[in-house]
Ligand binder design. Structure first.
Ligand code: NI
Length: 437
């Protein structure tokens, strides 16, 4: 049942919300739930958007989520990996155990959108006062999963199996010196107590138009690793370079030689690799050759063997090029534990894509390119088969290629993505629980 007048008045009440996705064989129970929940999900999203919190500081968000899950009568656990929240829904019929994950953290970005619910929040980040914004759309992920939990709870009697809802902190990484995110949720045992046979997640994405969903089977999002290389020379007067060891020339050659790791040594016909230097720090004055130069950067890969090979190659290049200049290199490659590759299980992807097509229509489900960005959903998908898909966020009439991207101060979510995300996730989950292929 969808009386036209109701749809019209709801649409007006919600502002610029596009008409919901339609598909002939979508489930009627999803349609009913999506209609009923749309105003709530929208209100949650706007509230979260106005009150963003940085990683491991999501106390208000977590309290809101926990209160909602408790009101649904679910068994809720809080304080996991600092501010994480989980809840289990037991269906009335036997069936599989699965998990669905949303991330709750915002970014140190000062919002530039002129929205009535734009963020004015600030926080301290690395000793500086910064603006805080849901510039990656995790406000949408949290509110969609709150809606999914409510819809599935309403269908509980007929629902096969059990569902673990994961509301995770610090997807963007914990503050310096802290632990957090997906790996910490797992380390604290969320899959020990409840071992799912599959895990699902979604992300709103500026590079897709609102109304569409994107997916990729197999490796989908890159492993992301940081490196730190210190080239040590010996300080001398700029007029007498022979009196010391110049780490600047050695560092310049390390940067140049490192370009050959991707272009000459990796089989990039298989999968792409990126090695980027993000900062070079060394020296203080025009006529002093400094003692040392520090190089930092990032490595992106899609295959564990390639990832390990790049680590070894970069270390090798740094140490040997430095040695060729009489300098030494202390190469920490990687310097911290990075995110692994996010791999979508191919069999699970085939099933889930069929569900997405039923939810939003075949022509709105798009296979997408590899994403060089990383996601800590990867950790869950390393434990059990995972499927992580993308929900278009860019409004009609705007080019998704040039629209302000996730992490931009102008990142803008077309709120119709909330409905698309809700319907898509519900369809994927209900089809899976019912064994629909
Ligand atoms: Ni994100």
């Amino acid at each position: 049942m969808r009386p036209a007048l109701l749809v019209l008045s709801l649409t007006l009440a919600l502002g610029a919300v596009a008409s919901p996705a339609r598909a002939g064989d979508a489930r009627p129970e999803i349609d009913a739930q999506a209609h009923a929940l749309q105003p709530k999900v929208l209100a949650w999203r706007r509230d979260l958007h106005e009150h963003p919190e940085l990683g491991n500081r999501e106390t208000r968000t977590a309290a809101l989520v926990a209160a909602h899950l408790r009101a649904l009568g679910l068994k809720v656990e809080t304080g996991i990996a600092t501010t994480g929240v989980t809840a289990v829904l037991k269906g009335g019929r036997p069936g599989p155990r699965i998990a669905i994950r949303a991330d709750m953290d915002a970014l140190p970005v000062t919002e530039r959108n002129a929205l009535p619910f734009a963020s004015k929040a600030t926080a301290t980040f690395r000793g500086e006062t910064v603006g805080v914004m849901h510039a990656c759309g995790h406000d949408a992920h949290t509110s969609i999963l709150m809606g999914v939990a409510e819809a599935l709870t309403a269908m509980k009697a007929d629902l096969p199996g059990e569902i673990l809802f994961i509301f995770q902190p610090a997807e963007e990484g914990p503050p310096d010196g802290e632990r957090g995110g997906a790996s910490e949720m797992l380390a604290e045992g969320i899959f020990r107590d409840f071992k799912p046979e599959a895990v699902f997640g979604l992300h709103v994405f500026s590079t897709l138009p609102a109304g569409t969903v994107g997916y990729r089977s197999g490796p989908a999002m890159a492993a992301s690793d940081r490196f730190n290389i210190v080239i040590k020379g010996r300080q001398t007067h700029g007029s007498r370079p022979w009196g010391g060891v110049d780490p600047i020339v050695a560092a310049a050659e390390v940067v140049t030689s490192a370009q050959a790791i991707v272009s000459r040594r990796q089989n990039i016909s298989k999968l792409p690799v990126v090695v980027s230097f993000g900062a070079i720090k060394g020296g203080i004055r025009y006529n002093i050759i400094p003692d040392q130069v520090e190089l930092i950067g990032t490595i992106r890969t899609f295959d564990e063997d390639m990832r390990q090979a790049v680590f070894a190659d970069l270390k090798n290049v740094a140490e040997h090029v430095a040695a060729a200049h009489g300098a030494t290199a202390v190469a920490q490659v990687p310097d911290t534990v990075g995110n692994p590759v996010t791999v979508n299980d191919p069999a699970l992807t085939t099933r889930a894509v069929a569900s997405l097509e039923r939810a939003v229509g075949r022509d709105r489900v798009l296979p997408i390119d590899l994403t060089m960005g990383a996601e800590d959903f990867a950790y869950y998908a390393k434990e059990v088969p995972g499927f992580f898909f993308f929900v278009g966020a860019t409004p009609k009439g705007q080019n998704p290629v040039t629209a302000p991207s996730n992490h931009s101060p102008e990142f803008f979510l077309d709120e119709s993505a909330l409905d698309v995300g809700l319907r898509s996730m519900l369809q994927v989950v209900l089809d899976y629980q019912d064994g629909v292929r």
